[in-house]
Ligand binder design. Sequence first.
Ligand code: SF4
Ligand code: SF4
Length: 115
Amino acid sequence: MAIKITDDCINCGACEPECPNNAIYEGAMEWHWKDKTNLSGNVIFPDGTQKNAEDVNEAYSDEVYYIVPGKCTECKGFHDEPQCKEVCPVDCCVDDPEHRETDETLFDRQKFLHH
Ligand code: SF4
Ligand code: SF4
């Protein structure tokens, strides 16, 4: 499953640079598919939808750092363990029960983001 950040986040910023997919953003900052991926221009996503990698997307949280589930691969394809979990000083990067995904899905996502 993807990882999520809880309200216990102290906004230290340690996790953001560790994410190989740039799935982590500071609270209130807008996010983009293109950030730290190979996606550019109009892209057909695995679910058949078309999006533009440069599109500006609204923050999922205004208060604390947040993770974009569609960019999180649990670090699969890069590291053995989720790097945000490893570095977070207050252990607020936790499994997200609303985004349970198989290893195959996560590896496919990693390939899609970095093809
Ligand atoms: Fe990024 Fe890995 Fe954390 Fe997912 S688990 S948000 S890919 S650092
Ligand atoms: Fe928040 Fe933990 Fe990331 Fe620091 S490392 S910004 S406390 S989620």
